[in-house]
Design a protein around this ligand. Sequence first.
Ligand code: SF4
Ligand code: ZN
Length: 303
Amino acid sequence: MKCRICGGEATIKLKSYNIKLCEQDFLNFFKRRVAEAIREYKMFTHQDRILVAVSGGKDSLSLWDILAQMGYQTTGYHLYLNIADASEQAFEAVKNFADKNNLPLIVDRLDEIIGAGIEQASKVMKKPPCSVCGMIKRYRFNRLAEEKGFSVVVTGHHLDDECATLLGNLLHWQEGYLARQYPVLEEKEGLVKRAKPFVYVGEEEIKIYARVRGINYVQTPCPYSRGATSLIYKRIIKEIEEQMPSTKIYFLKAFFKNYRERFYAEEEKVKLHPCPECGYLTVGEICNFCLLKKKLQKFSSQK
Ligand code: SF4
Ligand code: ZN
């Protein structure tokens, strides 16, 4: 098997692009895809202070790795979720990566912030663990970035994640979510800019990147991920891509370019206002994070 670029021995086959590459040319290819997304959506520059949300999995650690490789100013932020063994392993992976690469890391503990873990938070909010977990993460990433003066928060969401989300949002005609699904969300009053530099790279490519770069990431999934509906959409998207390579990238790019704007125009009419307790933008009376804290207080006072 010959590398398409240098003619040397190819060890990597990328089905979606129908190319074979050697490790070095794969790394260059991967970096170009990430650089393309950063440039196309004006995500950040070398002057920005970037907060990288790191869970300890392959996606977020690979993201931190490549941004640091590209010379961006990055700091990792890990939220310790108190989910039995999973959190300890995730924390170890993040800490080892930061130490090995001499990169700054900030760690927060969920039990210290809300006095409870995900399970209890999910119970009082009467919502699935992943939905509450996502809400808490978005809130904390934003708050921390604001407090410590970071100009942008980046997450490891990749092409497969985004396609699965898009499919789910379309199937349920979630217009608000469709409006907000974009590789970059600009800063608004009380909301720090957010970006997804992996939007053009698939999960398989990230796996290869992590292996080639020797990144030790946590392999055991969070126990709650098993019940997540996003896994169903991901499986379907994967099957479609296998039968029709390049469908994923077409599906997503066409949505961003031609269709998302229509939902966005409607969404702009929805009035957001600062939460009276904390200032975070919300549509509700208070934001969901403050609501969670109130519900947890009530729950513990009833015990
Ligand atoms: Fe949170 Fe769900 Fe991810 Fe677990 S799987 S870390 S609960 S979002
Ligand atoms: Zn609030």
